[in-house]
Design a protein around this ligand. Structure first.
Ligand SMILES: NC(=O)c1ccc[n+]([C@@H]2O[C@H](COP(=O)([O-])OP(=O)(O)OC[C@H]3O[C@@H](n4cnc5c(N)ncnc54)[C@H](O)[C@@H]3O)[C@@H](O)[C@H]2O)c1
Length: 467
């Protein structure tokens, strides 16, 4: 669906928008950084409401409780016990007891109406990301939602429109953007070591089919969310950091995707092993991709290759490989080669053909050597990591969880433009539907909408924010 179709069909009428700002502390922000959207209005102590304090949500709450200048004032979940657990943890950390909301699926709306929230964190199952973000934006409250963001293109457009109209930011809680190595490599790109980032190959490669099932063999929320899909269903972990390296929405933009899925009957094998012969998927294995490969072309002719490979037996391997005009980085090995800097011998061209004799001389490839990324930390550690590494070391995902929360709050304290905005959230989310359409149609190229509507050409790359 393109933007014009969306605008025609969308149900964001003026009546709905008229409730904006009714209950928020948001004030008009100057338009800097990102198109029509502006920086946060600086706030000394960020007042946060959290929705969904299950596994992920409670984990992020524990991180948030260690971040300076923020206070959790409201907690919402379907389960009283989870709300209480979060309230208790907040009090134990030395804060006032947050108010609890646990009166059903839409009780979060009561929380949005309280009028004192600066930020809402949405850490619920996938199907709730979109409605909760929409309601937060309509209330004029900044929100940050868990990955993989939203699932459909019309949802991406709706969030874009609402965020622009309200001035409230809609961000994705993409913790992979905040890994120490990912941020150091971004810093190295910005300092010019790598040259031009040309191709990133990145992929979710781990065995996590368990996450798609409940203990009785029924499908969990993510299991339902991915059922029958042939495209990349969880793109943002790898699209997010890669997009930041490549300057997507900031000097470049996604253009189109081609995608191919491979069916390996993983659900049949898995359910037979763990739930027995009578499981429905043993008799009727769902037809869907067990491995998905997507290649995204950018407007400037670069390429992002994404793999999603989480169903088949395999050891854990998170993969990022950045090939740039002057070097390469490999995340799994945490190693790097910088073309004019790393060890090796490429002083003279090798293996050239002598035009007189036709003979190829000195048939040897240039000898280029890997070196540990750690060699560069002394000069290129991201300033944020240099400051918070000790605290981050105790948090999940290699410290990325803490640094993500730290940056989000810090950018609000200082009144900066957010690191991840609605254009990023929409672009990363949009891969689910576009790759699906491609994979179902013999890998035909499918356009990825430009949610910035051309603003990517003028937007600066993400700054190296200070600690
Ligand atoms: N970034 C990461 O590394 C990472 C890791 C794991 C999960 N996630 C994401 O986090 C989200 C939550 O996953 P999880 O594993 O914590 O799931 P979970 O089931 O453990 O927790 C979800 C919580 O949301 C609550 N909830 C559901 N509907 C609600 C509603 N209408 N109102 C209020 N609360 C509601 C549930 O009661 C539950 O406590 C998902 O989007 C998932 O993709 C991200």
């Amino acid at each position: 669906m393109n933007r014009r179709d969306f605008v025609r069909k969308a149900a964001i009428g003026s009546a709905a928008i008229s409730v904006l700002n009714k209950s928020s502390r948001l004030t008009a922000a100057p338009a800097v950084g990102g198109g029509k959207l502006g920086s946060f209005t600086a706030v000394d102590n960020v007042r946060v409401g959290v929705i969904g304090v299950g596994n992920r949500g409670f984990n992020l709450v524990r991180n948030l409780l260690q971040v300076p200048n923020v206070q959790i004032v409201a907690v919402c979940d379907l389960y009283e016990a989870r709300v209480k657990r979060t309230q208790d943890a907040t009090v134990a950390a030395g804060f006032d007891r947050p108010d609890g909301y646990a009166k059903g699926e839409y009780d979060y709306r009561r929380m949005l109406e309280r009028g004192d929230l600066d930020l809402v964190l949405i850490m619920t199952p996938w199907e709730w990301h979109h409605p909760m973000a929409v309601d937060s934006l309509k209330a004029g409250i900044h929100n940050s939602m868990e990955v993989p963001g939203v699932q459909r293109l019309d949802e991406c457009w709706e969030l874009t429109e609402l965020s622009e109209k309200s001035g409230a930011h809609c961000m994705c809680l993409e913790n992979y953007c905040y890994f120490r190595e990912i941020m150091a490599v971004y810093n190295m790109i910005e300092q010019g070591l790598f040259g031009d980032p040309l191709h990133v190959y990145a992929g979710y490669q781990k065995e996590s089919l368990y996450y798609n099932f409940n203990s009785d063999g029924s499908l969990s929320f993510s299991g339902k969310g991915v059922m029958g899909h042939w495209g990349n269903v969880y793109a943002s972990h790898f699209a997010g950091p890669s997009a930041q390296w490549m300057g997507i929405n900031r000097g470049d933009a996604f253009d189109y995707v081609v995608s191919m899925g491979v069916w390996g009957k993983a659900y049949k094998i898995y359910t037979e092993r763990y739930f027995g012969d009578d499981h429905q998927f043993v008799k009727n294995p769902p037809q869907m991709a067990d491995v998905s490969n997507s290649m995204i072309a950018t407007k400037n002719g670069k390429c992002l290759s994404l793999i999603h490979d989480t169903r088949l037996p395999r050891p854990y391997r998170h993969y990022f490989r950045l090939q740039a005009s002057n070097g390469i980085y490999e995340h799994t090995e945490k190693r790097v080669h910088i073309g004019d800097h790393s060890p090796g011998d490429w002083s003279a061209p090798r293996g050239l053909v002598d035009p007189k004799t036709g003979r190829r001389e000195r048939l040897r490839t240039p000898r280029r050597e890997w070196e540990p990324l750690a060699n560069y930390y002394a000069d290129y550690e991201h300033p944020v990591w240099a400051k918070v590494a000790d605290i981050a070391a105790n948090s999940g995902h290699g410290g990325g969880d803490y640094v993500m929360m730290y940056r989000l709050i810090k950018s609000m304290n200082r009144g900066e433009y957010p690191d991840i905005d609605v254009y990023d959230t929409a672009a990363w989310s949009s891969i689910m539907e576009t790759s699906e359409e491609s994979a179902r149609n013999r890998s035909k190229p499918v356009d990825i909408p430009d949610f910035t509507r051309g603003m990517w050409k003028k937007r600066d790359r993400l700054p190296i924010f200070s600690a």
